[in-house]
Write a protein that binds this ligand. Structure first.
Ligand code: NAP
Length: 502
């Protein structure tokens, strides 16, 4: 069950939002009385309540907004119990001062906004002794491993326990806590009114992560990155899992550079079955795999780590496959009557690659392998020179990139990406009709480069196509099922910047 935290300064707004939440299917609402600017009127808030409620009233020292006296606060909590609130949230230090009465259930809570302390099990034991119906323990995660410690605590607890971590590191524990036995997790009504750091919205929890369907059998996948909050992978993978009705969830894992190996070992406790891997881990992940695709070995980078049939880790580079297949489709559309046994569509094509980062390396590798004539250029010359040496291809000065004749132009820089949507790495009058222009940037889909290329009569391939294909291939490696690519594409298009349609 998802408990939605509701905090507003006016009673009228609390009542209206509580009603709206009930109509949207919320089954439990936390009324954060400390948010109200006037002394709370419990009668108004509890009579005819449209869902069961948890009454909570936090002091400023617990990061709450209560502006009246502590005596008034405790009187209010006692009154909530007398009025028959379904649950009341009591901090550890006041739990013995506020007695059990009637059917109201007692949540005895501990919050730590700085860390997940080493002694969470001792803290839990202390709380459980305070006549608790539910122990609530919420701490700040400062590392991926804090999620694991917290979820193990929830699983091993003798009493009913809601336990999860806050912050970007802690999101997996909020989503998985039910899998380990927590009776509910918390979400916010609205992104702009988070009650705690990293709290997802009700809609995200319910519709993206399908929290209420997560159980002990639910398989776990996710993306490892730092930062990770901006990633669209959870959105599109979860949409695909939901579309096929699979009992699986895909999570964002924030993993700092240099900590991938230890995190993956720690996450064995969560039985994670597959990872999408992105910056800054694409190279580090190669060493962690027991088996690797040929392309991974050749490129030295992977974007996928998954449990193979033997239960060991395999690494794949689906960026490479996705970019190549998108390009091949565009090239094949140029000469649809070409016999299947003819040379690879890239063979003999002059390809100008802008950029020298991880994506450029993956795509450049594929171009060379299939007989394309590769030219690389990059703002920082040394990186382009290194790539040119690796591929044995032509190095073009960044300043001269417009003067090259190319059949195919591929942008592997981040230029044109949201919010820099008015920028392009290749000005319009360098483009010529008939050229294939592939922009790997996917947010927005219609970058300035793509728009100008279309105006000039070029054939275009967008980063959305590549992004969807690399995710679809990952999905297939993770689940063994064909990916619903249309669902993934539609979900991504709805989520990315509106600039795509301008
Ligand atoms: P990366 O390793 O950080 O490389 C970034 C590249 O962009 C470098 O070549 C960098 O040049 C260049 N660059 C950055 N700002 C620039 C500027 N103002 N002017 C000129 N060049 C600039 O990143 P990556 O992983 O290769 O990703 C590159 C892009 O690919 C991303 O921005 C993303 O949009 C896209 N991408 C797409 C997909 C997809 O599935 N569609 C997947 C992953 C990435 P310097 O060396 O001079 O810094």
């Amino acid at each position: 069950m998802i408990c939605v935290s509701l905090g507003r300064t006016r009673h009228k707004m609390v009542l209206a939002e509580h009603q709206a939440l009930a109509e949207r299917g919320a089954k439990l609402v936390e009324l954060r009385l400390d948010w109200l600017s006037r002394v709370p009127d419990l009668g108004r808030l509890l009579v005819d309540r449209p869902t069961p409620v948890i009454v909570t009233c936090r002091r400023p020292r617990d990061k709450g907004l209560w502006r009246f006296t502590e005596e008034q606060r405790q009187t209010l909590l006692r009154s909530a119990i007398v009025a028959g609130a379904d649950y009341v949230d009591l901090e550890e230090d006041i739990a013995t001062d506020i007695r059990r009465y009637g059917p109201t259930k007692r949540i005895i809570s501990y919050h730590n906004f700085d860390e997940t302390p080493a002694d969470i099990a001792d803290i839990h034991a202390r709380l459980a002794k305070l006549d608790a119906d539910i122990v609530k323990i919420v701490t700040m995660a400062n590392s991926p491993a804090d999620n694991v410690r917290m979820l193990q605590l929830v699983r091993g607890a003798a009493s009913l326990t809601v336990g999860f971590c806050m912050g970007e590191f802690g999101l997996p524990s909020r989503i998985l806590t039910g899998r380990y036995g927590a009776p509910f997790t918390y979400a916010t009504f609205h992104r702009e009114r988070q009650m705690a750091p990293g709290q997802p919205t009700f809609d995200e929890m319910r519709d993206v992560y399908r929290y209420d369907q997560i159980n002990e059998e639910t398989e776990v996948f996710g993306v490892v990155a730092d930062p990770v909050a901006h990633s669209y992978s959870p959105l599109i993978h979860n949409a695909a899992l939901a579309h096929l009705g699979l009992n699986a969830v895909y999570l964002p894992f924030r993993v700092p550079e240099g900590t991938l190996a230890e995190t993956i070992r720690e996450f064995d406790a969560l039985a994670v079955k597959g990872y999408s891997v992105t910056l800054p881990h694409k190279e580090a992940v190669v060493e962690l795999a027991d088996e690797r695709d040929k392309a991974v070995d050749e490129i030295g980078a992977a974007n996928t780590l998954y449990r193979n049939d033997r239960g060991t880790w395999s690494a794949a580079n689906t960026d490479h496959d996705a970019a190549l297949s998108s390009l091949v489709e565009a090239l094949s559309a140029e000469s649809p009557d070409k016999p299947a046994e003819a040379a690879h569509p890239l063979a003999g094509k002059k390809v100008l690659l802008l950029g020298a980062g991880g994506v450029a390396r993956a795509i450049g590798h594929g171009v060379v392998r299939h007989g394309g004539i590769l030219m690389v250029t990059n703002r920082t010359k040394a990186r382009a020179a290194e790539l040119a040496e690796q591929f044995g291809c032509v190095l073009v000065q960044w300043e001269n990139r417009g003067a090259q004749f190319a059949d195919v132009l591929i942008n592997c820089t981040s230029v044109g990406m949201h919010p820099g949507v008015d920028e392009t790495p290749f000005v319009a009058n360098w483009l010529r009709e008939g050229m294939i222009v592939f922009d790997t940037v996917y947010n927005p889909e219609r970058t300035l480069l793509i728009k100008q290329a279309r105006e000039r009569g070029c054939r275009t391939v967008t980063g959305v196509e590549m992004f969807v294909r690399q995710a679809a291939r990952q999905f297939e490696l993770f689940t063994g099922q064909p990916a619903p690519q249309d669902v993934m594409r539609d979900t991504l298009r709805q989520a990315i910047s509106p600039a795509r349609s301008s």
